[in-house]
Design a binder for this molecule. Structure first.
Ligand code: SIN
Length: 303
């Protein structure tokens, strides 16, 4: 067996496979299938300080090799999470990543401060949700706004801080560098790509929010390209995600420069996908004589 352990921003993961925010809830739905302790980590559903009901339905649409979502950060709020979900998650022996969001910088700061007092291992600053009118991606699409929010949240966040980046920008490298300069300990990418579908009979958008975020295998090559570009231009670790469904995809993403990977949309059609990825990676590493999974990070040899 190869050593699957990785370290991201000082946090030790038993393997590089993390379930992506918004696709795994707070973990309980999966406990009958496998112990959560099999996973490297869990990035929890995007959380805000106060409860949010999210956007009106329909908020999911199928697309070729993917899906659009416009959930709108539905979540029960931090106090409910701390009372009802964290006690369960603390017993699962996996890395817990709180994905934090808000409408204002102040919202993000007080949430980061509150979660800093808890057993959460890491925070993932969500400045890339495309489905909310205030906050979300609005903070993540210019260097100035990304820098400003990371600088503020950094003062309140006493845990390793990973910033989740949006692909809906012209130059993701400059955003990654901007957040690195303000003290981000890692970046994760990519969040969803803004998309739209239309029902041709009603001539109405399928999503009630008109537009939504595209994820799934359709976005995988875009994600690999962006991870490769960012990893070559920052010093902090990169966590790669976007359309990973098979172990081969996870290895490819790590070769592009990701120190760990997240899996999202695949969970909806194969809840066992993360376990298959962990097992498949292990076999591939063994058969190629690679002792540590970390040794493949960034090993792509560009022409
Ligand atoms: C959502 O809840 O709308 C999705 C979250 C995200 O894209 O970050």
């Amino acid at each position: 067996m190869s050593n699957l352990q990785v370290n991201v921003a000082g946090v030790a993961f038993k393997n590089p496979v993390i379930t992506a925010s918004g696709c795994y809830g707070f973990g309980r739905d999966y406990e009958d299938m496998y112990p959560l302790s099999r996973l490297g980590g869990v990035s929890l559903k995007g959380m805000t300080y106060a409860e949010r009901l999210g956007n009106p339905p329909p908020r999911i649409a199928e697309t070729p090799s993917g899906m659009l979502n416009s959930v709108g950060l539905q979540n029960p709020g931090v106090e409910h999470f701390l009372a009802e979900d964290l006690p369960y998650l603390e017993k699962q022996d996996t890395v817990l990543i709180a994905n934090i969001a808000g409408s204002t910088v102040e919202d993000y700061c007080r949430l980061a401060e509150r979660l800093s007092e808890t057993s959460i291992d890491m925070m993932e600053l969500n400045i890339s949700c495309p489905n909310v009118k205030e906050g979300g991606v609005a903070f993540g699409t210019s260097c100035q706004s990304a820098e400003s929010i990371v600088r503020q949240v950094r003062k309140y966040c006493k845990k390793p801080l990973m910033v989740k980046l949006s692909p809906n920008v012209t130059d993701i490298v400059s955003i990654a560098q901007a957040v690195e300069a303000q003290g981000a300990d890692a970046v994760s990418l990519i969040n969803t790509l803004l998309g739209m579908r239309i029902d041709i009979e009603s001539r109405r958008p399928i999503l009630r929010n008109n537009v939504g975020g595209l994820s799934g295998p359709a976005v995988f090559p875009v994600a690999v390209r962006m991870v490769w570009q960012v990893a070559n231009n920052v010093k902090i670790p990169v966590v790669g995600m976007g359309g990973i469904e098979k172990w081969q995809d996870a290895i490819e993403m790590m070769m592009a420069g990701a120190s760990a990977i997240q899996m999202g949309a695949a969970l909806f059609y194969d809840p066992m996908a993360p376990i298959k990825v962990i097992e498949g990676m292990d076999q591939w590493l063994d058969s190629h004589g690679v002792k540590n999974v970390a040794d493949i990070v960034g090993t792509v040899r560009p022409w």
